[in-house]
Design a protein around this ligand. Structure first.
Ligand code: URP
Ligand code: ZN
Ligand code: ZN
Ligand code: ZN
Length: 466
């Protein structure tokens, strides 16, 4: 089966150009100057559209167990919503809890995904108990399981938390086997003190989730992680869900010294605030409880993060998609913000939300594509199979309509959530057509994919290893 995507503007890492893309089976066969492609294949008319690589969301948590409940999107509902929003690959987090065997955690995630995913997927591994056994397991996962990145937590004592000695050991191991260490950089023990003190004062509303996680404790943990990585012979370090100016400053300083340090941010930190969302009346702020938290709109966080995307001190935009419904889930924290399950769901909207950066002239078209597709592919060992429109690459392709409009609402989204964190947002741009390995999943607003077609992506080491 061959398809010619004709008349569009292909957006590559070095900028936009006019080109016709020939898809043969699951891969891209060739790119032709406009009108020079073969006769015969089925034609998809891309006139007036951007032709971009299928987006890659390198940070999702489908059906993740958290705080006595489970993230509300399954791999079925979550990957379908992702596809509709132009994302054709996710990297989810398999979990080893303290006391469990790493390989058992990985097997559990393979079992959850088997036959369920609409798009391709890989795994990072959360190591919740760094010890001799799990360090050995890290080698095995890199060598034989296609897992080249491990997430550690400086937050959540008693759940996923690693102390500095454990972090150092895991970093030394990663330096040896070539893996990337991903860090949830917040000082968990200090946060727990502030949470306890706030609750004792009767400060129980959702906004106190943010107030008890001040940016200093994100910056301190970010800085500590950077120094520990330095001690581990400059182990590659990737700070996840960076939200705050002072944390960004730590990353920027390290990068300016040529250090092997990278960071991602998420749409919620680029647009939403502690006051407007987390501080919404009544219990409504619970919709936006996530960690790291939304930051104050009175400070320069959002502008600084946009700038970080331009300077490449922030290399990737992921969602940290971890949805919980208000009913029965977020509501567990009525009267005690610390019991609100942490997470926001945006897997369907990242491509559109970041396109606003182009509309607002904060990002070039090439940078938009780089942050949502090309760099995540390179950062996490999937390039050039994923993340670029090029001969030989998987035919994961999105036709994006810059003249379309997208209205976000719980009434129309496809994620399994009973609210939208972006309710009523009307934005420029619209996902028009989505192909995953040559199969048309979305066409003319209609979904034609099916669960079970998505394949596990066995990942190589990061392109960014030095
Ligand atoms: O609030 C969040 N981010 N929930 C998901 C777990 C994590 O720390 O990424
Ligand atoms: Zn995290
Ligand atoms: Zn710089
Ligand atoms: Zn996360």
């Amino acid at each position: 089966m061959t398809i010619l995507i004709k008349g569009g503007t292909v957006v590559g890492p070095s900028g936009p150009y006019a080109g016709d893309v020939l898809v043969d089976g699951e891969t891209i066969a060739a790119i032709f100057a406009p009108g020079r492609g073969p006769e015969g294949p089925e034609v998809i008319d891309a006139t007036g559209k951007y032709v971009i690589p299928g987006a890659i969301d390198a940070h999702t948590h489908m059906q993740m167990p958290f705080g006595g409940t489970e993230a509300s999107d399954t791999f079925d509902t979550g990957t379908r919503a992702a596809a509709i929003g132009g994302t054709t690959t996710i990297i989810d987090f398999a979990i080893q809890r303290y006391g469990e065997v790493v390989q058992d955690g990985l097997a559990a995630w393979h079992a959850k995904t088997a036959g369920e995913c609409h798009i391709d997927y890989g795994f990072h591994m959360i190591v919740g108990g760094v010890d001799d056994e799990s360090l050995k397991a890290m080698d095995q996962l890199v060598a034989t399981e296609g897992i080249s990145s491990f997430k550690l937590f400086m937050a959540y004592p008693g759940v996923f938390y690693s102390d500095d000695g454990q972090i150092l050991r895991a970093m030394q191991k990663a330096r040896e086997n070539g893996a990337m260490i991903m860090m949830h950089a917040e000082n968990g023990p200090a946060i727990d003190v502030l949470v306890k003190q706030a609750l004792e004062r009767g400060e129980t509303d959702p906004i106190y989730h943010g107030i008890t996680r001040p940016q200093e404790l994100e910056a301190e943990a970010t800085s500590r992680a950077i120094w520990l990585a330095s001690v581990a012979a400059d182990c590659p370090l990737y700070i996840v869900h960076l939200s705050a100016s002072k944390a960004l400053e730590q990353v920027r300083n390290a990068r300016d010294l040529g250090r092997n340090v990278f960071a991602e941010t998420c749409p919620q930190y680029l647009y939403l605030t502690l006051e407007d969302q987390l501080g919404a009346p009544g219990f409504d702020g619970a919709k936006w409880v996530c960690s790291t938290p939304l930051r104050s709109g009175k400070e320069s966080h959002r502008a600084d993060l946009w700038q970080g995307l331009r300077t490449n001190d922030l290399s990737v935009v992921s969602t940290d998609h971890c949805p919980f419904c208000m009913k029965d889930q977020k509501e567990m924290g009525i009267g005690d913000f610390s019991k609100i399950p942490n997470g926001i769901g945006s897997v369907e909207h990242r491509v559109d939300l970041l396109y606003q950066g182009v509309v607002d002239k904060k990002l070039s078209l090439a940078r938009w594509v780089e942050t949502i597709a090309t760099t995540p592919a390179r950062m996490f060992g999937m390039y050039p199979k994923k993340g670029i429109i090029a001969p030989g690459s998987d035919a994961d392709i999105v036709l994006y309509d810059p003249n379309g409009r997208t209205r976000i609402s719980v009434e129309t989204h496809h994620m399994n959530m009973d609210y939208s964190a972006w309710e009523g947002w009307e934005i420029d741009g619209k996902v028009d057509t989505v192909l995953s390995r040559g199969e048309v999943l979305v066409s003319g607003g209609e979904y034609r994919g099916r669960k079970g077609r998505g394949r596990y992506v066995s990942r190589s080491l990061s392109d960014y290893l030095v």
